[in-house]
Design a protein around this ligand. Structure first.
Ligand code: GTP
Ligand code: MG
Length: 693
């Protein structure tokens, strides 16, 4: 039977709790603005009278808006000085950011000035010198990265899911929510822990994550993956850093490695994603029914109840959409977890909500997926709505899933019955979605295309029976496609890390269970574990997988871990179970390399964002924009830009309202991947490059 995972209510609602944290950057800027309009007196710097940007003294025109420093000096015989305070051939700030013009392109504008006799040629040379140095360094970094990639690839941990017993759903939901508030307000966490924290940092690690896209293909997620991580800036005075080597000493035990004889099936966490109403829950429910995970009796009950409520067509979806509100509204709101076995895999189905309001839940649930099924509604108008640039969740989900590190995707073109199993429609969808997925960084050979109808049971676990459908489609059915996915890589030999996505408490029995997926290491009864960020130690009482007791859980497994000897209040969703000697880092000041999505509003210093990392979410503020990166090369294109716009990648510093459990991406991908959201949209995806404090 499927289980429901409650990741708490929509984060956007919780976010209201942070009103007191609100920091109106715009307002503060406005307050300062009257005096800012004056040129600054700081030596070596002049302040632009138009945009207030502080420019280096040697700049003859504002680096941001192009306004001349001394508009009335003689800049050329044929320019009317009084009429030309602005350089109209200088790109506007909007042009600079939207066209991605970097310092080198502005050097071009300096050249124009040079012709007019007032350019500082030396500054131009310096600029190209420094860019040459950057190029050299980056090439070297890339080489080092390449050398290290082999060892790093094995850390491509993937998915995770939370289990939750139906009977404790309500209690758990409220727990999850109250727990989240506690995480956010627990400012003591990092300080009290810092002395004992150990981190798997390396003082010099240059690492390029580019397992998919080679060459110069320009894509949102490729850009992110092309980024070389430079960890040289780690603060050596940080207490956490001093213990960095302790992870090197970790030795796994034999029982922690998988035993082939014990279980021949591999666990595969499969996220079901896609635009609202595309049929994700119906497809999941139908699959579970066909594979015997939902009995005839249960199915009959769902059909009867759904009909009674005038929602007969949602009968299969009801197997996953269990809450009254979900059923009344006919939409999934939280991720549902269900299990089935294929020939090759123990599949953990993560049925995600498609509605845009519940993207935070989708992120929290599907963030650790090994692979995904992107469900597309083939019907006329619906496919197009899903692909809409600003509103369509087909695009947003595909981008998110790719940025979770998922490389393999099955595109299930559903509702083919509505378009009379038209080959033309399938081909058109395949062509358009194919282009988009390529732009997201999915490799063609890892994208599987399956036309089907969940409602009419066509091409799910057997070849189609519809004659017309069969006349043009002889490819694999959905279950075959699942079995043809490559098994995910796991971190068996690293210290335990299990992000907690849910907590089940039975106060009467004094029991507490943490649910989640092991990202690294292994667990068995009697093992001592540390619960972060509280730092409490406990012992594993028992383990459960898919409602059945199990003796060992290894990296990649989704389990419920019953703990003893621990205060249940200190076990919270968003926390992490770790090896007692190798606790995860806890921090609230981070350096993050981000890739900005298609956003209309730029990200500025002071921008307030929602920060999502594994199952934790926090309010965050951008405190620095350190550098803008060239989207093709990943090299620094501009230091200290004022703002970030769509499709730009950059290194920023963020300060969170409360501490979160986090690792640098190079140590653990699953704990180093972040998603930044604002106003109900994902505005940027990123990776943690440095834990500052
Ligand atoms: P959210 O979780 O809210 O995003 O929706 P969903 O993607 O899970 O869609 P759901 O399974 O709830 O189905 C939405 C509607 O599409 C229901 O009325 C289903 O009966 C209908 N539907 C799903 N699959 C098919 C199909 O193959 N053919 C037809 N004709 N209708 C389908
Ligand atoms: Mg659904």
């Amino acid at each position: 039977m499927p289980r429901k995972v409650n990741y708490g209510v929509d984060y956007d609602e919780d976010y209201d709790d942070y009103e007191d944290y609100d920091y109106d950057y715009e307002e503060e800027e406005n307050v300062k603005s009257p005096e800012s309009k004056q040129e600054a007196v700081t030596s070596g710097i002049w302040r632009c009278s138009i945009c207030t940007y502080d420019n280096d003294e040697h700049m003859s025109a504002c680096d941001i808006c192009g306004v001349l420093h001394h508009p009335l000096v003689n800049i050329g015989g044929n320019i009317d000085k009084k009429k030309a305070p602005f350089k109209f051939d200088t790109p506007s700030p909007d042009d600079l950011v939207s066209k991605g013009l970097d310092r080198s392109s502005k050097t071009g504008s300096k050249d124009v000035t040079e012709k007019n006799g007032s350019v500082n040629v030396r500054s131009s040379d310096e600029s190209s010198d420094s860019s040459a140095r950057l190029t050299g360094k980056s090439n070297q970094s890339n080489k080092e990265a390449h050398n290290k990639r082999g060892s790093v690839t094995s850390s491509d941990v993937s998915s995770s899911r939370a289990l939750k017993s139906s009977q404790s759903k309500v209690e758990e939901g409220s727990n999850a929510k109250s727990v989240m508030i506690k995480i956010q307000s627990n400012d003591k966490g990092p300080d009290s822990l810092s002395a004992s924290e150990a981190k798997g940092r390396h003082d010099t690690v240059d690492w390029t994550v580019n397992s998919l896209a080679k060459g110069t293909r320009q894509t949102l997620t490729n850009n992110l993956n092309n980024i070389a991580l430079d960890h040289r800036s780690v603060n050596p005075n940080n207490a956490n850093f001093k213990k960095a080597n302790s992870k090197v000493l970790y030795k796994h035990e034999k029982w922690m490695l998988p035993d082939q004889a014990e279980d021949t099936l591999i666990q595969l966490n499969l996220a079901i994603v896609g635009h609202v109403d595309s049929g994700k829950s119906t497809l999941s429910g139908r699959l579970l029914h066909l594979l015997g995970r939902i009995s005839k009796k249960e199915m009959h009950k769902y059909e009867k109840e759904a009909k009674l409520q005038g929602k007969g067509s949602f009968a299969y979806a009801w197997a996953l959409d269990e809450s009254t509100e979900e059923r009344e509204r006919g939409i999934t709101m939280t991720v549902a977890v269900a299990y089935f076995d294929s020939k090759r895999y123990h599949v953990v189905v993560l049925d995600s909500p498609g509605h845009k309001d519940f993207v935070p839940n989708m992120i929290s649930g599907a963030t650790q997926a090994d692979a995904a099924i992107l469900v597309i509604d083939a019907s006329i108008g619906s496919f197009e709505a899903g692909m809409d640039g600003s509103k369509g969740q087909t695009r947003e989900h595909a981008q998110l899933i790719r940025s979770f590190g998922v490389e393999q995707i099955i595109v299930a073109v559903n509702k083919m019955d509505v378009v009379e199993y038209s080959k033309g429609r399938f081909d058109l969808i395949r062509q358009q979605v194919g282009i988009f997925l390529r732009s997201c960084g999915f490799r063609d050979s890892f994208v599987y295309w399956i036309p089907l109808s969940a409602m009419e049971n066509q091409n799910l676990v057997a070849a189609p029976s519809d004659v017309h459908f069969l006349s043009w489609y002889q490819g694999p059915h959905l279950l075959d496609a699942i079995d043809s996915l490559q098994p995910p890589a796991r971190d068996f030999s690293k210290p335990l890390l299990m992000p907690i996505c849910d907590v089940v408490k039975l106060p009467s029995l004094g029991q507490v269970s943490a649910c989640g997926k092991l990202e690294a290491g292994a667990l068995r009864s009697g093992l001592k574990v540390l619960v972060m960020p509280s730092g409490d130690a406990g012992t594993v009482r028992s383990l459960e997988r898919d409602s059945h007791a199990c003796s060992i859980a290894r990296s990649g497994d989704s389990v419920a871990v019953s703990l003893q000897g621990i205060d249940g209040n200190n076990v919270m969703a968003g926390g992490v179970l770790c090896h007692p000697d190798f606790p995860v880092s806890v921090a609230k000041h981070l350096e993050v390399k981000v890739l900005v999505m298609d956003v209309a509003t730029p990200i500025l210093i002071g921008s307030q964002l929602e920060f999502h990392i594994h199952h934790a979410k926090e309010a965050a503020r951008v405190v620095k924009i350190l550098s803008l990166l060239d989207s093709k090369t990943g090299k620094v294109a501009k230091e200290n830009p004022r703002c970030l716009t769509a499709k730009q990648s950059a290194v920023v510093e963020v300060i969170l309202h409360g501490p979160v459990c986090v690792e640098e991406f190079s140590s653990c991908r699953a704990l180093g991947r972040v998603f930044l959201r604002a106003k109900g949209r994902t505005v940027a995806v990123g990776i943690v490059t440095r834990i500052i404090e």
